[in-house]
Design a protein around this ligand. Structure first.
Ligand code: SF4
Length: 749
C-alpha cells in the first residue's frame, strides 16, 4: 500500500472502531424506518415527483423568487440580506448581534450556519453561542464536528454522552439513561434560551409569497429560539426558497419519512416573522400575552420584535449555472442518501464528508461551496451503487454528481512517478496523471482482453507473490483479494464454435446475449448457463463478437467520463443494429444493464438511450417475462422438482432498477424457498473492494450479509459479479449467479 493509501486506511479503521457501531445502529435504524414509513404512503412516488417539480421550478426562477421574498419579508416588517459568501454573512450577523448588545445567542440546528462558521465569528466578538438541538449541544460540549446532516451526534453512543455530561457538569446524581440525559439537557437549554438576547435558526424552506419560514425539528427547540428572544435571525441558503405556502405540502410529508423514518416530524413550525406575539416575560409567566397579539397582523403588535433573514449565496448561484451541480440545489437535506449508503453506515460522516456536509450528496455541496479539494477528500467513498437514488425524496441522481466531481478531481491531479506501470493499459481519453488505481480499474476491458489472450500464464503471473506486492504498492490493489481468473476461451469464442441450438422457425424470440467484459473473459460459465437457459425457453440466442465491448460502467465508476462516453458509443453501435433486426438485448451483469438504462441518459443522445433502455433486459427479468408469456419452464434446472432453500443477494443497481423481484419470482416458481438479503450493499461494489485503501471497509460493510447468510450452508446466490466475489470472501464459499441454477444442461455441452 502506498503511504497515502495507508493513511487513508488507518483513518477509516480508526473511525470504524470508535464510531462505527453507533453510526451503523443509527443509520440502519433510520433507513429501516424509511422503508416502513413510505410503504404506508400510497402517493409516495407522486409526492416525490411533486417535490422534484417544485424544486426544479424554484431553482429555475430563483432570481425572481428572491425579489418576491424580499418584498414579502419587508412588507411584514423584517429585513432581508443577501450575503455573497461566508465572510459577508458573518459580518451582517455580527452587526445585528452587536446592535442588540447581545451577550448570548441561542441557535437551533442549521447546516448553513455550520458552513459559515458563524459560531466562531460571534465567539470572537465575546458572544456566548449556545446550540439548543440536543445532538448539536452534545457536540458543542464535546468540541466535535457533526457527522450527519440530520443527526449530528449519531456517532456518539449513549454511554459516551453520559460519560461526557457526568465529567463536564458533575450532576448530583450521575446521569445514565437516555431519559435522564434528555431531561438534564432540556432543563439546561431551557434556562439558556430564556436568558438569550438573540435567537438564530436555519430554515428548511422559505416561501416567496409570504415570507414564511418552515422549521422541521424533532425537539421543538427551533421555534423556541425563533420566538423567545426579541430578535430572530434566520440563516438559509438561497436554494431554500420555494414559491408558495401551498408548495410546502409534499416536503412536509416527505422530509421526516425520508430522513428518520417518522411519518411526520415531531415539530413542524410555520412562522411568518416578525412574529405577532410579544416575547414571553419569564419574570411574570402568568401575565397574559398582550391583547390580540396572537394572530395579530404583524410586527406592529410588538415594536421590539426584529427579524432578519440572511440568504446565503456562497457558491450556490454559480452551482445554478453548472449543468451537473445544479441538481444539488434541489436537496432538502433529509439525510436519506447517507442512511441508505453502505459505506456511510460503516464509517459515518467524519470519513464520508468534507468541511461541512456529509453523506452522498455532500460531494456536490462541498464542491459547490468549498471547492474541489474539500470534495476530493471523501468522493471515492461513493461506490456508485445507486441505493440512495430511490431514497432521495427529490429524485436527485446523487451517484452522477459524485461521478462528475470525481471526473473534475481527476483532471486536477498531477502526473505521478509510476504512471508507466499502467500506461500500456490506458487507451482512454483521460488527462495524464490520473490516479493509477482508477486508471487500472477504469480500463478493465483492455486488461481482460490481454488476460484472456495470455491465460493461463497471465493468471499465474498476476497471482505470484512479487506481482501481488507490486500491485499493492504501486497500483493500490488489495493483496487480500483473490484476483479474477481470465479464461483462455471467451464466451464469444465458445459461442462462435458452438452456434445456436434453436432454429429461426422454432424460436419464440431472438435475443443477443450481451457479452459484458466479465462474463466474456472471466465468468464464462455463467454466460454459457445464460445461453442454455434462454435456449431451453426457445429463444434463439446470438453472442456476436461485435458486441464484446465494455459498456462504459468500469470507467464511469472511476470518474473517467470521457472514456465512459466513448465506450457507451461503441456499445450503442454494436447493440442498436441488433435491436433493429428485431432482437432483444439480454444482459447478465446488472451494473452493465444499469449503465444502459440509467447512465446512458447522460452519455448518449436521447433517442439512442431510449432505444437501448427499452430493448435491454436483465437475464432473470427476461426469463420471468418468457415464463409469464407461456414458455415452458420444465426444462430449466430444478424446473421439475422442488428446488430447495437458497439465499439470494440482489445487486445494488438491480434493486435500484426494481428488478430484484423477477429473480425471486423465477426461483420461487421453480420451487426454491428464497431468503433475500437485508443489507443495502454487500460492500464490494465493482472495483471498490479491490482497492487496498478500502479493503477493510468493504469487508466491514459486508459483515451483516455474512451474519445473515453465514449461518447455514444453503447455496448463496448473487446477481452481480462483485457480489459473488464478496460472498466468496465473506462466507468462504463462492456466490453463484441465479442463472447457473436454472441452467438445464451439463456445463460440458
Ligand atoms: S440528496 Fe436527496 S436524499 Fe440526500 S440529503 Fe438531499 S434530499 Fe435527502
Amino acid at each position: 500500500m502506498s503511504e497515502s493509501d495507508e493513511m487513508r486506511a488507518a483513518r477509516i479503521r480508526e473511525l470504524m472502531e470508535t464510531e462505527g457501531d453507533a453510526v451503523a445502529d443509527g443509520t440502519r435504524g433510520f433507513n429501516a424506518g424509511r422503508y416502513e414509513s413510505v410503504a404506508d404512503l400510497d402517493e409516495y412516488e407522486e409526492l416525490k415527483d411533486g417535490a422534484r417539480a417544485i424544486k426544479e421550478d424554484a431553482i429555475g426562477r430563483l432570481p425572481e423568487l428572491l425579489d418576491r421574498l424580499e418584498a414579502a419579508v419587508e412588507g411584514n416588517g423584517g429585513t432581508v440580506y443577501l450575503a455573497e459568501d461566508a465572510a459577508d454573512a458573518n459580518r451582517y450577523v455580527r452587526e445585528v448581534v452587536a446592535g442588540k448588545d447581545a451577550d448570548r445567542v441561542v441557535k437551533s440546528k442549521s447546516m448553513t450556519t455550520e458552513e459559515l462558521e458563524v459560531n466562531e465569528a460571534l465567539e470572537a466578538d465575546g458572544v456566548e453561542v449556545v446550540e439548543t438541538d440536543l445532538g448539536e449541544w452534545v457536540l458543542q460540549v464535546a468540541d466535535e464536528a457533526p457527522s450527519h446532516i440530520v443527526a449530528p451526534a449519531i456517532h456518539k453512543s449513549r454511554e459516551g454522552i453520559a460519560e461526557l455530561f457526568n465529567e463536564r457538569f458533575d450532576p448530583e446524581e450521575p446521569l445514565e439513561t437516555a431519559e435522564e440525559l434528555t431531561r438534564f439537557a432540556r432543563e439546561r437549554l431551557g434556562e439558556l434560551i430564556e436568558g438569550a438576547d438573540v435567537g438564530m435558526t436555519g430554515a428548511n424552506f422559505v416561501t416567496a409569497d409570504s415570507g414564511t419560514v418552515a422549521l422541521v425539528t424533532s425537539e421543538g427547540n427551533a421555534r423556541k429560539c425563533a420566538v423567545v428572544p426579541d430578535t430572530h435571525v434566520a440563516v438559509a441558503g438561497v436554494e431554500k426558497v420555494i414559491p408558495s405556502v401551498e408548495d410546502l405540502r409534499p416536503f412536509v410529508e416527505l422530509i421526516g419519512r425520508s430522513g428518520t423514518g417518522q411519518d411526520i416530524t415531531s415539530y413542524v413550525s410555520f412562522l411568518t416573522p416578525p412574529v405577532a406575539s410579544p416575547a414571553v416575560d419569564f419574570d411574570d409567566p402568568d401575565a397574559p400575552m398582550a391583547d390580540g397579539a396572537i394572530g395579530g397582523d404583524g410586527a406592529g403588535d410588538d415594536p421590539d420584535r426584529e427579524f432578519h433573514l440572511v440568504l446565503v449565496d456562497n457558491g450556490r448561484l454559480a452551482m445554478r449555472e453548472d449543468e451537473d451541480l445544479r441538481e444539488t440545489l434541489y436537496c432538502i437535506r433529509c439525510g436519506a442518501c447517507a442512511n441508505s449508503c453502505g459505506n456511510f453506515q460503516s464509517v459515518g460522516g467524519h470519513a464520508f464528508g468534507g468541511e461541512t456536509y456529509s453523506g452522498g450528496i455532500a460531494t456536490g455541496w462541498e464542491a459547490g461551496v468549498e471547492g474541489l479539494d474539500a470534495a476530493a477528500e471523501f468522493n471515492d467513498l461513493c461506490t456508485g451503487c445507486s441505493r440512495c437514488v430511490p431514497a432521495c425524496p427529490v429524485k436527485i441522481d446523487v451517484p452522477w454528481i459524485n461521478t462528475v466531481v470525481r471526473d473534475r478531481v481527476n483532471r486536477t491531479d498531477g502526473a505521478g512517478e509510476f504512471d508507466f506501470l499502467v500506461d500500456g493499459l490506458t487507451p482512454d481519453e483521460e488527462p495524464g496523471g490520473l490516479d493509477r488505481t482508477k486508471r487500472l480499474f477504469g480500463n478493465f476491458e483492455t486488461l481482460a482482453a490481454w488476460g484472456s489472450r495470455t491465460a493461463p500464464l497471465s493468471n499465474w503471473v498476476a497471482d505470484s507473490a512479487p506481482a501481488r506486492w507490486a500491485m499493492d504498492r504501486w497500483l493500490g490493489v488489495a493483496p487480500e483479494r483473490d484476483l479474477p481468473e481470465f479464461e483462455r476461451e471467451t464466451l464469444v469464442d465458445w459461442f462462435a464454435a458452438r452456434g445456436s441450438r434453436v432454429t429461426a422457425d422454432d424460436a419464440r424470440r431472438e435475443a443477443v446475449l450481451y457479452p459484458d467484459v466479465y462474463t466474456n473473459h472471466v465468468a464464462v460459465d455463467r454466460g454459457k448457463a445464460a445461453v442454455r437457459t434462454l435456449e431451453a425457453l426457445d429463444v434463439r440466442v446470438s453472442v456476436p463478437a461485435s458486441a464484446a465491448v465494455g459498456s462504459g460502467r468500469a470507467p464511469l465508476s472511476q470518474g473517467m467520463v470521457s472514456t465512459a462516453r466513448r465506450q457507451a458509443e461503441r456499445c450503442r453501435d454494436a447493440l442498436v443494429p441488433e435491436l433493429e433486426r428485431g432482437r432483444d438485448v439480454v444482459v447478465v451483469e446488472p451494473s452493465d444493464l444499469a449503465a444502459i438504462r440509467r447512465e446512458y441518459e447522460k452519455l448518449l443522445p436521447e433517442g439512442d438511450h431510449e432505444r437501448l433502455a427499452a430493448g435491454s433486459y436483465e437475464v432473470l427479468e427476461y426469463v420471468y417475462g418468457l415464463l409469464e408469456s407461456g414458455a415452458d419452464g420444465s426444462a430449466l434446472g430444478d424446473g421439475d422438482d422442488e428446488g430447495g432453500a437458497v439465499n439470494y443477494h440482489a445487486h445494488c443497481q438491480q434493486r435500484t432498477l426494481g428488478l430484484e423481484g423477477y429473480t425471486v419470482a423465477v426461483l420461487e416458481r421453480l420451487g426454491h424457498e428464497v431468503t433475500t438479503s437485508d443489507t443495502e450493499c454487500c460492500g464490494m461494489a465493482g472495483s471498490f473492494g479491490y482497492k487496498s485503501a478500502y479493503y477493510e471497509l468493504s469487508m466491514d460493510v459486508g459483515e451483516p450479509l455474512a451474519e445473515q447468510f453465514g449461518d447455514d450452508d444453503r447455496t448463496a446466490l448473487a446477481s452481480g459479479t462483485s457480489c459473488c466475489e464478496q460472498l466468496g470472501a465473506l462466507l468462504g464459499r463462492p456466490g453463484t449467479h441465479p442463472v447457473e441454477l436454472l441452467d438445464p444442461d451439463s456445463p460440458d455441452q
